[in-house]
Design a protein around this ligand. Structure first.
Ligand code: S3P
Length: 210
């Protein structure tokens, strides 16, 4: 890449950080959407800290999510999840990956709206199933028919995830491609730089198109 393009890129990333202020970039979406993998790379590109809400919940509880679900139940996990995310959002700017159910909580949605810029990583059923099959740490999918559960969750959650500030398609391409699309979309949403936000839709772009 030429020095000139490198300068432009660095300038745009600095503009994003400035426009973000103390807000966090919050990744939402279903299990297997790639929130952690994309979030980690996005944070590194933006030179911001990366936090994974599920990890922080596990740290606070001193137990794995699987153990929390088994010993205390889902309702208890959801309470802890709400509390931990509210706390984490107070310490932006950062990139924050949330667990798939977090955004379904209205209080968490309000907190994200107030203190963050949300990105829905949207993937189709085939991609999600392929990714979640690699590991077995997700209690909600520990059933005889994880695909039926995933379909049900998609039907319930996708309309809510659609309220995010930005939607980025999480396809089977290298994570860096998704990160590039996310950066374009964040820049468009925050009014920095002049690239279009290819592969993504943003609340700001959608408003302009209407
Ligand atoms: C959940 C998703 C998980 C984790 C928990 C519940 C959900 O996180 O928070 O198992 O309700 O979708 P990931 O989306 O990071 O797998």
């Amino acid at each position: 890449m030429s020095d000139h393009r490198k300068d432009d890129r660095a300038k745009r990333l600095a503009q994003i950080r400035e426009a973000l202020g103390s807000r966090s970039i919050v990744l939402i979406g279903l299990m297997g959407a790639g929130k952690t993998a994309v979030g980690r790379r996005l944070a590194s590109r933006l030179d911001l800290p990366f936090l994974d809400a599920d990890n922080e919940i596990e740290k606070a509880a001193g137990e794995s999510i699987k153990e929390i679900f088994a010993e205390h139940g889902e309702a208890y996990f959801r309470k802890g999840e709400q509390k931990v995310i509210a706390r984490l959002l107070e310490s932006g700017p950062q990139v924050l990956a949330t667990g798939g159910g977090a955004y379904m909580n209205p209080e968490t949605r309000d907190a994200i709206k107030a203190l963050g810029v949300s990105i829905w990583l949207k993937a189709n059923l085939r991609v999600l199933m392929k990714r979640v099959q690699r590991r077995d740490h997700r209690p909600l999918l520990a059933t005889g028919d994880p695909e039926a559960v995933m379909k049900k969750l998609m039907a319930e959650r996708d309309p809510v995830y659609a309220g995010a500030d930005i939607t980025v398609e999480s396809r089977e391409v290298p994570h860096d491609v998704i990160v590039g699309a996310a950066i374009d979309a964040i820049a468009a949403q925050l009014g920095c730089g002049n690239r279009s936000g290819r592969g993504a839709s943003t609340a700001a772009n959608d408003k302009r198109a209407r």
